[in-house]
Design a protein around this ligand. Structure first.
Ligand code: AMP
Ligand code: TRP
Length: 325
Protein backbone atom coordinates (compact mmCIF):
# COMPACT_ATOMS: atom_id res chain seq x y z
CA UNK A 1 0.00 0.00 0.00
CA UNK A 2 1.19 3.50 -0.75
CA UNK A 3 2.25 5.49 2.29
CA UNK A 4 -0.29 7.94 3.65
CA UNK A 5 -0.19 11.66 2.91
CA UNK A 6 -0.13 14.16 5.78
CA UNK A 7 -1.69 17.64 5.44
CA UNK A 8 -2.02 20.46 7.96
CA UNK A 9 -2.10 24.22 8.23
CA UNK A 10 -1.77 26.99 10.78
CA UNK A 11 -3.14 30.50 10.56
CA UNK A 12 -0.66 33.38 10.32
CA UNK A 13 -2.57 35.37 12.92
CA UNK A 14 0.17 35.80 15.52
CA UNK A 15 3.11 34.07 17.11
CA UNK A 16 3.29 30.33 17.74
CA UNK A 17 2.29 29.42 21.29
CA UNK A 18 2.77 26.39 23.47
CA UNK A 19 -0.80 25.19 22.71
CA UNK A 20 -0.25 25.11 18.96
CA UNK A 21 3.20 23.63 19.48
CA UNK A 22 2.07 20.73 21.67
CA UNK A 23 -1.23 20.21 19.85
CA UNK A 24 0.15 20.29 16.31
CA UNK A 25 3.57 21.63 15.35
CA UNK A 26 5.69 19.25 17.38
CA UNK A 27 3.74 16.44 15.75
CA UNK A 28 4.49 17.88 12.29
CA UNK A 29 8.20 17.81 13.14
CA UNK A 30 7.98 14.19 14.27
CA UNK A 31 6.01 13.08 11.22
CA UNK A 32 8.40 14.55 8.66
CA UNK A 33 10.85 11.64 8.96
CA UNK A 34 8.37 8.77 8.85
CA UNK A 35 6.40 10.43 6.05
CA UNK A 36 9.34 12.06 4.31
CA UNK A 37 8.24 13.57 1.00
CA UNK A 38 4.54 13.03 1.81
CA UNK A 39 3.81 15.99 4.15
CA UNK A 40 2.13 19.23 3.09
CA UNK A 41 2.29 21.97 5.71
CA UNK A 42 1.23 25.56 5.13
CA UNK A 43 0.30 28.94 6.59
CA UNK A 44 -3.48 29.37 6.17
CA UNK A 45 -3.56 32.89 4.71
CA UNK A 46 -7.04 32.75 3.20
CA UNK A 47 -8.46 31.53 6.50
CA UNK A 48 -6.79 34.43 8.30
CA UNK A 49 -8.84 36.90 6.20
CA UNK A 50 -11.80 36.18 8.46
CA UNK A 51 -10.39 38.43 11.16
CA UNK A 52 -9.73 41.85 9.63
CA UNK A 53 -7.82 43.23 12.61
CA UNK A 54 -5.15 40.57 12.71
CA UNK A 55 -5.20 40.22 8.93
CA UNK A 56 -3.92 43.79 8.68
CA UNK A 57 -0.58 42.38 9.90
CA UNK A 58 -0.75 39.21 7.83
CA UNK A 59 2.45 39.81 5.85
CA UNK A 60 4.50 40.27 9.03
CA UNK A 61 2.86 37.33 10.75
CA UNK A 62 3.47 35.15 7.71
CA UNK A 63 7.20 35.84 7.70
CA UNK A 64 7.44 35.39 11.47
CA UNK A 65 5.45 32.17 11.39
CA UNK A 66 7.67 30.98 8.53
CA UNK A 67 10.73 31.57 10.70
CA UNK A 68 9.05 29.91 13.67
CA UNK A 69 8.06 26.78 11.76
CA UNK A 70 11.64 26.40 10.52
CA UNK A 71 13.05 27.19 13.98
CA UNK A 72 10.74 24.55 15.50
CA UNK A 73 12.52 21.97 13.35
CA UNK A 74 10.55 21.62 10.12
CA UNK A 75 12.92 20.71 7.31
CA UNK A 76 11.91 21.82 3.80
CA UNK A 77 14.03 19.01 2.34
CA UNK A 78 11.67 16.50 3.91
CA UNK A 79 8.31 18.25 3.54
CA UNK A 80 6.41 20.59 1.25
CA UNK A 81 6.19 23.86 3.18
CA UNK A 82 4.28 26.75 1.62
CA UNK A 83 1.76 29.56 1.95
CA UNK A 84 -1.85 28.64 1.20
CA UNK A 85 -2.28 31.85 -0.81
CA UNK A 86 0.26 30.59 -3.37
CA UNK A 87 -2.05 27.73 -4.34
CA UNK A 88 -5.23 29.56 -5.40
CA UNK A 89 -6.66 26.29 -6.77
CA UNK A 90 -7.93 25.55 -3.24
CA UNK A 91 -10.45 28.34 -3.54
CA UNK A 92 -11.82 26.78 -6.73
CA UNK A 93 -12.22 23.43 -5.01
CA UNK A 94 -13.77 25.19 -2.00
CA UNK A 95 -16.46 26.63 -4.26
CA UNK A 96 -17.17 23.23 -5.75
CA UNK A 97 -17.46 21.73 -2.26
CA UNK A 98 -19.87 24.52 -1.34
CA UNK A 99 -22.28 23.01 -3.85
CA UNK A 100 -22.39 19.63 -2.08
CA UNK A 101 -22.38 20.56 1.62
CA UNK A 102 -25.63 21.41 3.45
CA UNK A 103 -25.53 24.73 5.33
CA UNK A 104 -26.83 22.95 8.44
CA UNK A 105 -23.56 20.97 8.59
CA UNK A 106 -21.62 24.23 8.71
CA UNK A 107 -23.93 25.90 11.20
CA UNK A 108 -23.35 23.21 13.77
CA UNK A 109 -19.56 23.63 13.89
CA UNK A 110 -18.54 24.66 17.44
CA UNK A 111 -15.97 27.18 16.21
CA UNK A 112 -18.58 28.82 13.96
CA UNK A 113 -21.08 29.02 16.82
CA UNK A 114 -18.49 30.54 19.18
CA UNK A 115 -17.16 33.06 16.72
CA UNK A 116 -20.50 34.08 15.22
CA UNK A 117 -21.91 34.73 18.68
CA UNK A 118 -19.13 37.23 19.33
CA UNK A 119 -19.02 38.82 15.85
CA UNK A 120 -20.95 41.99 15.03
CA UNK A 121 -21.53 40.83 11.47
CA UNK A 122 -21.29 37.18 10.51
CA UNK A 123 -19.60 37.02 7.14
CA UNK A 124 -20.05 34.06 4.82
CA UNK A 125 -16.32 33.38 5.20
CA UNK A 126 -16.84 32.44 8.84
CA UNK A 127 -19.42 29.84 7.85
CA UNK A 128 -17.38 28.57 4.90
CA UNK A 129 -14.14 28.36 6.85
CA UNK A 130 -14.22 24.55 7.23
CA UNK A 131 -15.14 24.05 3.56
CA UNK A 132 -11.90 25.76 2.57
CA UNK A 133 -10.14 23.59 5.13
CA UNK A 134 -11.64 20.50 3.47
CA UNK A 135 -10.35 21.74 0.11
CA UNK A 136 -6.88 22.24 1.68
CA UNK A 137 -6.82 18.67 2.88
CA UNK A 138 -8.36 16.89 -0.10
CA UNK A 139 -6.54 18.77 -2.85
CA UNK A 140 -3.26 17.17 -1.69
CA UNK A 141 -4.88 13.77 -1.13
CA UNK A 142 -4.56 14.08 2.66
CA UNK A 143 -5.12 10.88 4.65
CA UNK A 144 -3.99 12.11 8.07
CA UNK A 145 -4.37 15.59 9.53
CA UNK A 146 -2.20 16.42 12.56
CA UNK A 147 -4.15 19.08 14.51
CA UNK A 148 -5.19 19.98 18.04
CA UNK A 149 -8.50 18.85 19.52
CA UNK A 150 -10.35 22.02 18.49
CA UNK A 151 -9.98 21.02 14.83
CA UNK A 152 -11.36 17.46 15.03
CA UNK A 153 -14.82 18.59 14.04
CA UNK A 154 -13.47 20.24 10.90
CA UNK A 155 -11.67 17.06 9.88
CA UNK A 156 -14.85 15.06 10.46
CA UNK A 157 -16.68 17.52 8.25
CA UNK A 158 -13.98 17.00 5.62
CA UNK A 159 -14.89 13.30 5.66
CA UNK A 160 -18.55 14.19 5.14
CA UNK A 161 -17.67 16.49 2.25
CA UNK A 162 -15.51 13.81 0.60
CA UNK A 163 -18.42 11.39 0.90
CA UNK A 164 -21.02 13.83 -0.47
CA UNK A 165 -18.70 14.58 -3.37
CA UNK A 166 -17.93 10.94 -4.14
CA UNK A 167 -21.64 10.09 -4.08
CA UNK A 168 -22.48 12.80 -6.54
CA UNK A 169 -19.50 12.74 -8.90
CA UNK A 170 -17.96 9.30 -8.40
CA UNK A 171 -15.06 8.14 -6.22
CA UNK A 172 -12.50 10.98 -6.12
CA UNK A 173 -11.33 11.54 -2.53
CA UNK A 174 -10.30 9.28 0.35
CA UNK A 175 -11.72 10.22 3.77
CA UNK A 176 -8.98 11.70 5.99
CA UNK A 177 -8.61 11.21 9.74
CA UNK A 178 -7.30 13.55 12.44
CA UNK A 179 -3.97 12.73 14.05
CA UNK A 180 -3.86 13.89 17.66
CA UNK A 181 -1.01 14.24 20.14
CA UNK A 182 -1.33 13.22 23.76
CA UNK A 183 -1.61 16.90 24.73
CA UNK A 184 -4.13 17.90 22.09
CA UNK A 185 -5.72 20.59 24.26
CA UNK A 186 -3.57 23.00 26.26
CA UNK A 187 -5.56 25.37 28.47
CA UNK A 188 -5.15 29.11 29.04
CA UNK A 189 -2.89 30.13 31.90
CA UNK A 190 -5.28 32.82 33.10
CA UNK A 191 -8.63 31.19 32.16
CA UNK A 192 -7.92 27.48 32.59
CA UNK A 193 -11.43 26.49 31.48
CA UNK A 194 -10.68 27.84 27.99
CA UNK A 195 -8.10 26.67 25.50
CA UNK A 196 -4.82 28.55 25.29
CA UNK A 197 -5.26 31.01 22.46
CA UNK A 198 -3.61 33.95 20.76
CA UNK A 199 -6.77 35.98 21.17
CA UNK A 200 -6.95 35.91 24.99
CA UNK A 201 -4.25 38.26 26.38
CA UNK A 202 -2.09 36.59 29.03
CA UNK A 203 -3.46 33.16 28.13
CA UNK A 204 -0.55 31.88 26.08
CA UNK A 205 3.18 31.38 26.42
CA UNK A 206 4.59 32.20 23.01
CA UNK A 207 7.60 30.19 21.93
CA UNK A 208 9.41 33.45 21.18
CA UNK A 209 8.68 35.02 24.60
CA UNK A 210 11.76 36.16 26.51
CA UNK A 211 12.66 34.29 29.71
CA UNK A 212 11.27 37.17 31.76
CA UNK A 213 7.98 37.17 29.87
CA UNK A 214 7.62 33.42 30.28
CA UNK A 215 8.27 33.60 34.01
CA UNK A 216 5.87 36.53 34.51
CA UNK A 217 3.05 34.76 32.65
CA UNK A 218 3.51 31.43 34.39
CA UNK A 219 3.64 33.15 37.78
CA UNK A 220 0.27 34.73 37.05
CA UNK A 221 -1.31 31.39 36.08
CA UNK A 222 -4.61 30.75 37.85
CA UNK A 223 -4.44 27.80 40.27
CA UNK A 224 -7.53 28.31 42.43
CA UNK A 225 -10.77 26.48 41.83
CA UNK A 226 -14.22 26.33 43.34
CA UNK A 227 -14.37 22.53 43.29
CA UNK A 228 -12.47 21.27 46.35
CA UNK A 229 -12.25 17.56 45.67
CA UNK A 230 -10.68 17.47 42.21
CA UNK A 231 -7.45 19.02 40.95
CA UNK A 232 -8.09 22.62 39.80
CA UNK A 233 -7.99 22.95 36.00
CA UNK A 234 -5.14 25.48 36.18
CA UNK A 235 -3.00 23.18 38.32
CA UNK A 236 -3.70 20.22 36.02
CA UNK A 237 -2.64 22.39 33.09
CA UNK A 238 0.64 23.34 34.83
CA UNK A 239 1.31 19.65 35.49
CA UNK A 240 0.68 18.87 31.81
CA UNK A 241 3.18 21.50 30.76
CA UNK A 242 5.62 20.25 33.37
CA UNK A 243 5.31 16.68 32.10
CA UNK A 244 6.01 17.85 28.54
CA UNK A 245 9.05 19.96 29.29
CA UNK A 246 10.48 18.80 32.63
CA UNK A 247 12.09 15.56 33.86
CA UNK A 248 9.72 12.87 35.19
CA UNK A 249 11.35 12.67 38.66
CA UNK A 250 10.79 16.34 39.27
CA UNK A 251 7.16 16.13 38.13
CA UNK A 252 6.62 13.19 40.47
CA UNK A 253 8.11 15.11 43.37
CA UNK A 254 5.55 17.90 42.89
CA UNK A 255 2.74 15.42 42.37
CA UNK A 256 3.54 13.81 45.72
CA UNK A 257 3.55 17.25 47.34
CA UNK A 258 0.17 17.93 45.75
CA UNK A 259 -1.19 14.65 47.10
CA UNK A 260 -0.02 15.34 50.68
CA UNK A 261 -1.01 19.02 50.36
CA UNK A 262 2.50 20.35 51.03
CA UNK A 263 2.79 21.80 47.52
CA UNK A 264 3.61 25.48 47.07
CA UNK A 265 2.23 26.69 43.78
CA UNK A 266 4.88 29.42 43.55
CA UNK A 267 7.55 26.69 43.45
CA UNK A 268 5.59 24.63 40.93
CA UNK A 269 5.26 27.70 38.71
CA UNK A 270 8.94 28.55 38.94
CA UNK A 271 9.90 25.00 38.02
CA UNK A 272 7.52 24.98 35.02
CA UNK A 273 8.85 28.39 33.91
CA UNK A 274 12.48 27.21 34.24
CA UNK A 275 11.86 24.23 31.96
CA UNK A 276 9.89 26.23 29.41
CA UNK A 277 12.67 28.82 29.28
CA UNK A 278 15.37 26.18 28.81
CA UNK A 279 13.42 24.08 26.31
CA UNK A 280 12.73 26.96 23.95
CA UNK A 281 16.13 28.68 24.23
CA UNK A 282 17.50 27.07 21.02
CA UNK A 283 14.20 27.90 19.27
CA UNK A 284 14.50 31.57 20.20
CA UNK A 285 18.08 31.75 18.91
CA UNK A 286 17.26 30.02 15.59
CA UNK A 287 14.19 32.20 15.10
CA UNK A 288 16.19 35.38 15.54
CA UNK A 289 18.86 34.18 13.16
CA UNK A 290 16.29 33.25 10.49
CA UNK A 291 14.49 36.57 10.80
CA UNK A 292 17.69 38.37 9.84
CA UNK A 293 17.14 37.05 6.30
CA UNK A 294 13.42 37.21 5.54
CA UNK A 295 14.07 36.77 1.81
CA UNK A 296 15.61 33.37 2.45
CA UNK A 297 12.49 32.31 4.35
CA UNK A 298 10.32 33.47 1.46
CA UNK A 299 12.47 31.48 -1.00
CA UNK A 300 11.92 28.30 0.98
CA UNK A 301 8.16 28.83 0.93
CA UNK A 302 8.12 29.65 -2.79
CA UNK A 303 9.94 26.43 -3.61
CA UNK A 304 7.42 24.52 -1.53
CA UNK A 305 4.55 26.31 -3.28
CA UNK A 306 5.77 25.10 -6.66
CA UNK A 307 5.51 21.48 -5.56
CA UNK A 308 2.20 22.01 -3.74
CA UNK A 309 0.71 23.78 -6.73
CA UNK A 310 1.73 21.02 -9.13
CA UNK A 311 -0.06 18.49 -6.93
CA UNK A 312 -3.13 20.74 -6.59
CA UNK A 313 -3.33 21.22 -10.34
CA UNK A 314 -3.12 17.50 -10.88
CA UNK A 315 -6.06 16.98 -8.51
CA UNK A 316 -8.07 19.77 -10.15
CA UNK A 317 -7.64 18.14 -13.57
CA UNK A 318 -9.21 14.98 -12.21
CA UNK A 319 -11.96 16.98 -10.46
CA UNK A 320 -12.83 19.00 -13.55
CA UNK A 321 -13.00 15.86 -15.63
CA UNK A 322 -15.34 14.25 -13.08
CA UNK A 323 -17.81 17.11 -13.28
CA UNK A 324 -17.55 17.47 -17.05
CA UNK A 325 -15.78 20.85 -17.26
P1 AMP B 1 -4.24 28.07 14.94
O1 AMP B 1 -3.11 28.81 15.56
O2 AMP B 1 -5.57 28.34 15.57
O3 AMP B 1 -4.22 28.11 13.45
O4 AMP B 1 -3.97 26.54 15.34
C1 AMP B 1 -2.86 25.83 14.83
C2 AMP B 1 -2.86 24.41 15.33
O5 AMP B 1 -2.61 24.38 16.73
C3 AMP B 1 -4.18 23.66 15.13
O6 AMP B 1 -3.90 22.33 14.79
C4 AMP B 1 -4.84 23.75 16.47
O7 AMP B 1 -5.69 22.65 16.71
C5 AMP B 1 -3.64 23.69 17.41
N1 AMP B 1 -3.92 24.43 18.65
C6 AMP B 1 -4.20 25.75 18.80
N2 AMP B 1 -4.41 26.07 20.09
C7 AMP B 1 -4.26 24.91 20.79
C8 AMP B 1 -4.35 24.56 22.19
N3 AMP B 1 -4.63 25.48 23.11
N4 AMP B 1 -4.14 23.28 22.55
C9 AMP B 1 -3.83 22.36 21.62
N5 AMP B 1 -3.73 22.60 20.29
C10 AMP B 1 -3.95 23.86 19.88
N1 TRP C 1 -8.35 25.75 10.71
C1 TRP C 1 -7.03 25.42 11.16
C2 TRP C 1 -6.75 26.12 12.49
O1 TRP C 1 -7.28 27.13 12.80
C3 TRP C 1 -5.98 25.80 10.16
C4 TRP C 1 -6.13 25.05 8.89
C5 TRP C 1 -6.49 25.55 7.69
C6 TRP C 1 -5.91 23.64 8.70
N2 TRP C 1 -6.51 24.57 6.74
C7 TRP C 1 -6.16 23.41 7.32
C8 TRP C 1 -5.55 22.60 9.53
C9 TRP C 1 -6.07 22.11 6.78
C10 TRP C 1 -5.46 21.33 8.99
C11 TRP C 1 -5.71 21.09 7.62
O2 TRP C 1 -5.94 25.64 13.24
Amino acid sequence: MEKETIVSGIQPTGALHVGGYLGAIRNWVELQDEYRGRCYFFTADYHAMNEPETFANCATYRTELGAELLAAGLDPKKITLFHQKDVPEVTELCWMFDTVVPVTFLERMTQFKDKSERAKTVNAGLLNYPVLQAADILIYGGDRVPVGEDQIQHVELTRDIARFWNNRFGQTFAEPKPLLTKTARVMSLNFPERKMSKSIPGSAVFLADSPDEIRAKVRKAVTASSAEDSMPAGVANLFELFAEFGPAEEVEKFQKQYADRSIRYSELKDAVADHLIAYFAPFRARREELLRHPNEIEKVFQQGAKRARAKAQETMQIVRKKIGF
